[in-house]
Design a protein around this ligand. Structure first.
Ligand code: IMP
Ligand code: MG
Length: 197
């Protein structure tokens, strides 16, 4: 059992930095906790991919901060590519994936690690995995910063998980609400009144 690969479970709230108090109700994962955990994930990935021909496929845009911190601690040769995926709801449940940026690298015969910000219903990762498998990589694994298992609709699990979180809508460290708050250095929960408009 690889202990570094075991997700951390988040339960407590932390103090909100003064400059974000008008927008953020609670900090779920602090900057310091993110740093420690992302470093652990990088060590787990490094250990598993030594000697392999790794291609990291990061999903835009929510992975930016997580990816930058993860990559700098991966102590192995690798190549990086991006895939743009967005999802929009039609009615209340049905949701289609739209690919907004295609890969540049050939995945054929390579070991692929897909990086995403959060595994929620699982629809995004399921659609991405189906698309990637058509390109015949040697292996495909998944790495997500956050996992919200309470909302899962598809039978998807991730191989590397940073934190398992409760059923809350979170922002920061790359994650957005209506494209804002990606630049928060922590993962937090917005004040409910900000969702009204
Ligand atoms: P899924 O397809 O439902 O698993 O959702 C994955 C995508 O939904 C993520 O890549 C995010 O862009 C978005 N998402 C899901 N939950 C949250 C959240 O709590 N905060 C911000 N974005 C989220
Ligand atoms: Mg998003």
């Amino acid at each position: 059992m690889n202990l570094l690969a075991q997700p951390r479970h988040v339960t407590e709230a932390n103090a909100v930095p003064a400059r974000w108090r008008a927008d953020v109700r609670a900090v779920l994962i602090t900057e310091a906790q993110l740093k420690v955990r992302v470093n652990e994930l990088a060590r787990a990935v490094t250990r598993d991919y030594v000697g392999k021909d790794l291609i990291v496929v990061a999903l835009l845009t929510g992975t930016v901060l997580f990816l930058a911190d993860l990559l700098r601690h991966l102590a192995i040769p690798l190549r990086l590519d991006f895939m743009g995926v967005s999802s929009y709801r039609e009615g209340s449940t049905a949701r289609d994936l739209v690919f907004t940026k295609e890969l540049r690298l050939e995945l054929d015969g390579r070991d692929v690690l897909v990086v995403d910000d959060i595994l929620d219903t699982g629809r995004t990762l399921r659609g991405v995995l189906a698309k990637l498998r058509q390109l015949e990589p040697r292996s495909v694994k998944t790495c997500v910063l956050l996992d919200k298992p309470a909302r899962r609709l598809e039978p998807v699990t991730a191989d590397y998980i940073g934190f398992v979180i409760p059923d809350l809508f979170v922002v920061g460290y790359g994650l957005d609400y209506a494209e804002r708050y990606r630049n928060l250095p922590f993962v937090g929960v917005l004040r409910p009144e900000l969702y009204q408009t």
